[in-house]
Design a binder for this molecule. Sequence first.
Ligand code: 5GP
Ligand code: ZN
Length: 137
Amino acid sequence: MDCIFCNIIERKAKAEIIFENEKIISFLDINPIHLGHILVVPKMHCIDFLSIPEEYLNPLIQVTKIVTDAMVKSLKPDGYNLFSNNGNAAGQSIYHFHMHITPRYFNDEIKFKLNLKQYREAEMKDFAEKIRREVRS
Ligand code: 5GP
Ligand code: ZN
């Protein structure tokens, strides 16, 4: 298996590392939405959000906050997006989980092209029930 993010973690590939600790690494995206776009990556190969081991979840969110805070203080954007693409249909291109953090600016002309739906009568309740049945806390 050749994974570019594993190679960055193992220093077999170069990256502009922003911060790392025992479990998480963060570095600049090579093709940024805006300059300063950061990726936050668990230091173990897991494909998507649901396959992240439990003990990596809190560190992932903590490091996401640390580097977002640093990005906001240093670049002073008007706002920022946090997101993650999971699966081909959702636009994932690197199959090692990562969180994106990108600065945003007023009138930057970046739009997530949405096609919003509406629930029909009772459909919202049906969807909520279907999902609730599978909730395991
Ligand atoms: P995805 O499309 O999976 O949500 O995001 C993958 C991201 O990884 C893309 O934004 C892409 O620009 C970035 N990327 C791909 N290859 C490399 C690389 O070799 N180095 C860095 N720093 N980022 C990469
Ligand atoms: Zn990997």
